[in-house]
Design a protein around this ligand. Structure first.
Ligand SMILES: CC(C)c1onc(-c2c(Cl)cccc2Cl)c1COc1ccc2cc(-c3cccc(C(=O)O)c3)sc2c1
Length: 232
């Protein structure tokens, strides 16, 4: 089926892909995953550093989403706080599923499994990672899915939801076309991608409990994570 993009859609895709490629975790931070200390404590500290770096990357990426900086300032904060965990599940899923340098993937998985997260959360978390891997998303789809997650209108405390809805709909229209272009044999592919967004909401509820159990065991987070997750 012939897929055609408007000039605006081509411009939007280019801006989002450039931002997505530009804002990555610095190599020296990602390399720390390979150091050879594997205690629960060490894994937690490393993952805390990765999450903190990822939040900084996320903020920079979000600022490049066309229209985001024109939103009400407080709504911008509400969208970032409301989507950070979900965006980081997507990012860690892509890290675990992309062919990272040999060993990185297993190392990251090992550190997540042994960082003090209780088994009841590990299962759904790795089911999600597997379901993302099975989608074989192209980079454009990954970047647009992250954009759509950030531009979710019904996050807590968002005042002007219609303004966010308009931006999200633009990204959804583009993603729908991308799915037809890259997965012509799977008419349901777009619907499957949106199904992942529902699973992300469930995971972010689990995540609130993960944080609570870490804090019970007196685990410290960085100031940036405390601010974005409203802890401490
Ligand atoms: C505070 C910390 C203990 C924590 O609390 N909850 C979570 C969490 C966990 Cl466990 C799972 C999902 C979501 C969250 Cl939020 C975390 C760790 O969160 C992160 C967040 C992002 C990334 C990106 C990575 C990564 C690696 C290599 C390469 C790349 C790359 O993008 O190239 C990215 S690792 C990583 C770890």
């Amino acid at each position: 089926k012939k897929v055609s993009f408007t000039k605006e859609q081509q411009a939007l895709m280019k801006v989002i892909i450039d931002a997505y490629n530009k804002h990555q975790i610095p190599q020296d931070v990602a390399k720390k995953l390979l150091q050879d200390k594997y205690s629960t404590e060490e894994n937690f500290l490393l993952l805390t550093e990765m999450a903190t770096s990822q939040v900084q990357v996320l903020v920079e990426f979000t600022k490049n989403i066309p229209g985001f900086l024109s939103l009400d300032r407080e709504d911008q904060i509400a969208l970032l706080k409301g989507s950070a965990v979900e965006a980081m599940f997507l990012r860690s899923a892509q890290a675990l599923n992309k062919k990272m340098p040999i060993g990185h993937t297993e190392v990251l998985e090992e550190r997540i499994r042994k960082s003090g997260i209780s088994e009841e959360f590990i299962k759904p978390m790795f089911n999600f990672y597997k379901s993302i891997g099975e989608l074989h998303m192209v980079l454009e789809e990954q970047a647009l899915l992250t954009t759509i997650t950030i531009l979710t209108p019904d996050r807590p405390y968002v005042k002007d939801q219609p303004a966010v809805e308009r931006l999200q709909e633009t990204a959804l229209d583009l993603l729908r076309k991308m799915c037809v272009l890259h997965h012509p044999q799977e008419p349901q592919y777009f619907a499957r991608l949106l199904g992942r967004l529902t699973e992300l909401r469930t995971l972010s509820h689990y995540h609130a409990e993960m944080l609570a159990s870490w804090r019970v065991n007196d685990h410290k987070f960085t100031p940036l994570l405390c601010e974005i997750w409203d802890v401490q």
